[in-house]
Design a protein around this ligand. Structure first.
Ligand code: MG
Length: 375
């Protein structure tokens, strides 16, 4: 297949199974381009700039944020999609929207909010991303949310407990029927892991929490570090790291493209329905999957559980937990919009408010509520 040509197993360019609220088709844009544009223009998307990936936003200007992470996921996913004959616009829309529901302070924020919401159905960032695009963005005259296409919404919902799937209707159906989502959704999911593994190595080294000498024996990245040093002995350490990261991303992208191509050819799906009934077809080869996992484990042990990261995470949890408790004790402290929502469901209104906060907004709100003399 020529690069950029769409295959029979891709989600067709203009054949969405629909939006919740029926709209006229847009002139000059496909339905999925329109979804992508709505996501980029949303408030939740702009907030990603000030939400933590691993390092809290104020810790440095060059660390990834949820926004740059989402852009990197979209870039990787688009390149692979074009090579596999998939719907590039859909994969881009899903990638850009996949983290819209993330709380402030990364995973520690999510864990704290989930604990606070334990008695009220819990909190899960995937489900929250869907809530953002389905309900929480208020910018269109005719409907709440962004009224995205079914395929985009389905792609945003990566995983989902059966209990929640039953409440979600059509978009949760595949979890009940044990079916796969589109290849575009599968690709955005794998590109997410690929992107963060690589950029977290980069950020970990930049922060000084990871050391290059300790990583020389890691699979793929360690090999590239050694090769680059041999080929270019006089380049500085920053260029050596960047060149090695670039090559590592490329190694994973090439493997993902080749293995997925092989699996698709083997399963030879001739329609989207075949894709749904097949096993997952967008994957790394087994060997590369193992190496990917090894890098992930290394990051867990040496970066995510580093005491300096843990200290910030602990503080972040306290901020989220205490904010939740204060609003729960007195919903009258919530801004008006959330007070209105709280009349129907107080815990969910608090959860929506906190989940929407950026890191710095959460810290400011914490000072406003708990300090007598907020600075
Ligand atoms: Mg992500």
């Amino acid at each position: 297949m020529a690069k950029g040509e769409m295959s029979a197993y891709a989600v067709p360019v203009d054949a969405t199974s629909g939006r919740c609220f029926k709209e006229e088709t847009a002139s000059g844009r496909t339905e999925f381009q329109r979804d992508r544009d709505r996501i980029i223009h949303s408030t939740a998307f702009r907030r990603l700039e000030y939400k933590t990936q691993v390092f809290v936003n104020h810790e440095g200007d060059h660390f990834r944020t949820r926004l740059t992470h989402s852009l990197e996921v979209a870039q990787i996913a688009r390149s692979v999609a074009a090579n596999l004959g998939l719907n590039v616009d859909l994969v881009e829309a899903i990638s850009l929207a996949h983290d819209l529901g993330h709380t402030p302070f990364g995973h520690s924020g999510q864990d704290a909010l989930n604990e606070s919401m334990a008695a009220y159905g819990g909190f899960e960032h995937n489900l929250q991303s869907l809530r953002v695009v389905d309900h929480l963005e208020l910018r269109y005259a005719q409907f709440d949310g962004l009224n995205l296409c079914f395929e985009t919404r389905e792609g945003i919902l990566k995983h989902c407990a059966l209990k929640n799937a039953q409440e979600l209707g059509d978009v949760g159906r595949r979890f009940i029927d044990n079916q796969r989502p589109s290849l575009e959704a599968q690709l955005a999911n794998v590109a997410d892991g690929l992107a963060y593994n690589n950029h977290d190595i980069d950020d970990g080294l930049r922060s000084g929490l990871l050391q290059i000498e300790d990583m020389i024996n890691l699979p793929i990245f360690g090999q590239h570090l050694r090769d680059v040093a041999k080929e270019y002995p006089s380049i500085g350490v920053h260029r050596r790291i960047s060149e090695s990261i670039r090559r590592t991303v490329n190694s994973f992208v090439v493997d993902l493209t080749n293995e997925s191509d092989r699996l698709i050819n083997e399963a030879s799906p001739s329609s989207l329905q075949d894709v749904r009934e097949s096993c997952e077809l967008i994957r790394f080869s087994e060997a590369m999957e193992g190496k990917h996992r090894e890098l992930q484990e290394y990051l867990h042990k040496h970066l995510y559980r580093h005491y300096k990261v843990q200290r910030m995470a602990d503080k972040a949890k306290r901020v989220v937990r205490n904010l939740f408790k204060a609003f729960e004790d007195d919903p009258g402290l919530l801004p008006t919009r959330y007070q209105v929502q709280a009349r129907a469901d107080t815990p969910r209104a608090i959860s929506d408010y906190i989940a929407g906060m950026t890191d710095r907004y959460a810290m400011k709100e914490y000072r406003q509520i708990f300090l007598i003399d907020p600075v």
